[in-house]
Write a protein that binds this ligand. Sequence first.
Ligand code: 8DG
Ligand code: MG
Length: 317
Amino acid sequence: MGVIKDASDNILIAKRPEHVHMGGRWEFPGGKVERNESVAAALARELHEELGIDITGDSRITPLITIRHQYADKTVLLDVRIVEQFGGEPTGKEGQPLRWVPVASLQDYTFPDANYPIISALQLPRILPISPAFLSLADCDALSEFYVQQRYTLWHMRSPNCEREVFIKAINRAVESVGVEVGITVNASVAEYERVNALHLHLNSAQLLSLKARPQLRSGGLLSASCHNLEELNAAHKLGVEYVLFSPVNATASHPSANAAGWSALQAFCAAARVPVYALGGVGECDVGKAIACGAQGVAGISAFSPLANIGIGQGV
Ligand SMILES: Nc1nc2c([nH]c(=O)n2[C@H]2C[C@H](O)[C@@H](COP(=O)(O)OP(=O)(O)OP(=O)(O)O)O2)c(=O)[nH]1
Ligand SMILES: [Mg+2]
């Protein structure tokens, strides 16, 4: 399937005919891969047949996510690619209604159930910074300022050793100064989440395994979790998280005792995941392409995206 983007980042959606599987719902254009056909060739053929457009430049077909989904009557494997360069003006060659929609409005349309992780993936960035452990309000302020300056759109604020009242105050100050629409995620207990203004909550693997049901988040809140193996991924699926972090891909200075899982383990983890996955542990911006090639959404990291040298904050724990 193709997520077709125009120059303003609007996305093309099409309405499926009433009589087919998932009829009447909106979809990303595409169709089945034929025998002896590559995914890229199938996508090019489907977009030509359904929309009358031709993909130009192979390098502009970027993998977004692969999802295996079980409907009551069939199982589908959706291999989603982003298409940004094409020739021709899309038209509904099969009479299907088309619409160009901004990413933020996709949630207003009804898609087949398998598509919801695709919408999460489109709304999530390729780079996800995690804060080093801060111990004071001033350090937290400096970090927020840095992330805003770098134009990150989503980041995690994590400081397990910070005095908890200071942590809560620091998060509330950060949300107030950067605005709630910028995605500050707190790595905190559910009770702490209830006392801060951040929308999003991240669970470490111990919290993930101990929670029986998805905590209630504020409207628009994303739930994420740290996973190190398939058992934790399974728990994350059950809680209905929007995305997960898989670690450690490589050895890191902040977690030297943990055994690196490696890139092939990341690939196997992504194949099993039904939500976007970030590679974490000894990875940086230069690894985004490698992570995407393994099926991940992108990379997450503490030291690779931190102003440590500038503000003298200690290494994350
Ligand atoms: N094209 C497309 N199919 C989707 C989406 N989400 C989703 O669950 N599917 C499911 C519905 C179908 O059971 C299955 C295959 O797609 P399809 O319906 O377009 O295939 P098709 O039978 O029309 O065959 P084709 O002529 O397009 O090759 O994938 C989506 O966003 N786009
Ligand atoms: Mg089709």
